[in-house]
Ligand binder design. Structure first.
Ligand code: GLU
Length: 313
């Protein structure tokens, strides 16, 4: 149990504007922090420069403000944090916890995959680069033991990193630091005590806990909120053409987000503005009422969700 004062965060990737699924994650982490008088920090995860969209970071900040989701302090921007990630990689090198890897994507194309469709690294470079091969990426050696962790929504879980993930990348072949390393360094740097985020990241948690252990960093308390899917059962994302959050009818959209989180507002709040809805929800927030099953976004009941805005490419 973590007894430090609550510090939560929202960490969007500025690959496009926020959509309904990202609103659900933002609302959950905001409410979980505000319900206990905690701080709520913002981090722009613009690490994967090629995937970022110009202007999206500013759009996201405006969207959060428009929905009443105000944050504390300055926004931490990952593209300005390479020195911190490099220092963490050096620490891992000193410990002998990482090794250079020369494998190309095409060489790994036939490798087995885990239940999330990720490549299970076969360990080709674990004991040294093949003769003449050039190092491209850095991987962390994972142990063949069960990592146990507790999620406040999903309960007690465990994963064997060696069986289910394999040695994973902490610095990519294109020279960019990997999400797994950056998120761990930044959660510690920002003093995050509680992570509340989408369930698509649930099975990233053991990797992050393992890196925290290697780097001597604290492990926050985790909660993974249900993913919102479209009517075809796909996660809402840029790839599945999820529309940007609408700029009108925000109270109705926020109500839908609260419904997805198992906190339907009372009928008296049917016409309420975002601020009133958030005040009600932070007074009634019980994370144990958040369902584990994904919610389906129903554009028909979220006014303007698809009508007034073009699908985001
Ligand atoms: N940047 C990640 C995303 O937008 C979230 C990372 C996290 O919350 O740990 O999916």
């Amino acid at each position: 149990m973590n007894s430090a004062p609550y510090v939560g965060r929202f960490a969007p990737s500025p690959t496009g504007p926020l959509h309904f699924g990202s609103l659900v994650a933002a609302v959950a982490s905001w409410l979980d922090a505000r319900a206990v008088g905690g701080r709520w920090l913002l981090r722009m995860e613009d690490l994967d420069r090629p995937r970022c969209e110009p202007g999206a970071a500013d759009t996201i900040l405006r969207q959060l403000e428009a929905y009443g989701l105000y944050w504390d302090g300055a926004v931490l921007v990952q593209s300005q944090r390479d020195d911190a990630y490099a220092a963490a990689l050096d620490a891992l090198k000193t410990r002998g916890a990482v090794y250079p890897c020369a494998c190309t994507r095409s060489q790994l194309a036939q490798a087995p995959r885990n239940h999330e469709g990720e490549i299970l690294y076969p360990g080709t470079c674990r004991n040294g680069l093949p003769a003449g091969a050039i190092a491209r990426a850095w991987r962390v050696k994972v142990p063949d033991v069960r990592t146990r962790f507790h999620d406040r929504i999903h309960g007690d879980l465990q994963q064997n990193l060696a069986h289910d993930v394999g040695d994973f990348i902490v610095k990519r072949a294109d020279g960019l630091f990997a999400y797994q390393l950056a998120v761990v360094v930044d959660d510690a740097f920002q003093g995050i005590t509680h992570v509340v985020r989408g369930a698509d990241l649930l099975w990233n948690t053991p990797r992050q806990i393992y890196l925290q252990t290697l780097l001597g960093l604290p492990t926050p308390v985790y909660a993974h909120v249900p993913l919102v899917t479209n009517t075809a059962g796909q996660k809402l994302s840029k790839q599945t053409l999820a529309p940007a959050l609408p700029e009108t009818g925000r109270g109705a959209v926020l109500t839908q987000a609260l419904v997805a989180l198992g906190h339907p507002p009372p009928v008296e709040l049917a016409e309420a503005k975002p601020d009133e809805l958030l005040t009600w929800a932070s007074a009634h927030w019980h994370i144990e009422n958040v369902p584990t099953r994904p919610a389906v976004a129903n554009p028909a009941s979220a006014p303007d969700n698809s009508a007034s805005l073009p699908a985001h490419p």
